[in-house]
Design a protein around this ligand. Sequence first.
Ligand code: IPE
Ligand code: IPE
Ligand code: MG
Length: 225
Amino acid sequence: MNPIKHVAIIMDGNGRWGLKQKKSRNYGHKAGLKTVEKIIKISIKQKIPYLTLFAFSTENWKRPQTEIKFLLNLLENFLKNKLDELIKQNIKLKIIGNKKKFPVKIKRIINHSENKTKGNKSLQINLALNYGSKSEIVDSIKTLIKKKQIINEKKISLNLYTTNLPDPDILIRTGNTKRLSNFLLWQLAYSEIFFEKKLWPDFNEIDYLKILNKFKNIKRNFGNI
Ligand code: IPE
Ligand code: IPE
Ligand code: MG
């Protein structure tokens, strides 16, 4: 049975879900948060040490201002209202992505949440915000050049946002779309990939557990036989 150390998720389909309910795309984003909470709970129960969630890509700034504002608000309120609960659940929160582009008040709450949870041990959540994999790789190489270090796979990995975390064992993308959308291109080299038809707000505990169980019995070769 394969152990599960790291699960990465592209939480896609919120907007379409909202419209399907004859409501707004933003209504879908709000509903998507409930799924996030469900998946966190199961991940802790299953003793998975790392969960990486794609919440906002470097390309998502192309969306209408009203949607971006709504998403930032949702993030702010989530962190404000749920920080105590995250601490109670012994969760460590880490942001991966470029924080610079966010408004000051968001940066402040993000940094505060990271600080308050940095010693926690049950589950590390990497929240990918303003995250883009290509620029992450370029930045890693630039850092190595600046420090006059040799460039090899180990060094490039160490200078990514994920530094010395194990690579994801599993990637899940909901929303019936089969693409990576600039997510963890380096780290997913040998991950098992599960594309889910369901939109993120419809994805539930049973769907998640099914994937975890399927993964446990996959023969992983890593090039070997
Ligand atoms: C994913 O859902 C969440 C974010 C990108 C913030 P989408 O907003 O992409 O939902 P669809 O794919 O348009 O339905
Ligand atoms: C990927 O979803 C980003 C997140 C889930 C945050 P998108 O909906 O932005 O991806 P594309 O644009 O359809 O590839
Ligand atoms: Mg989408």
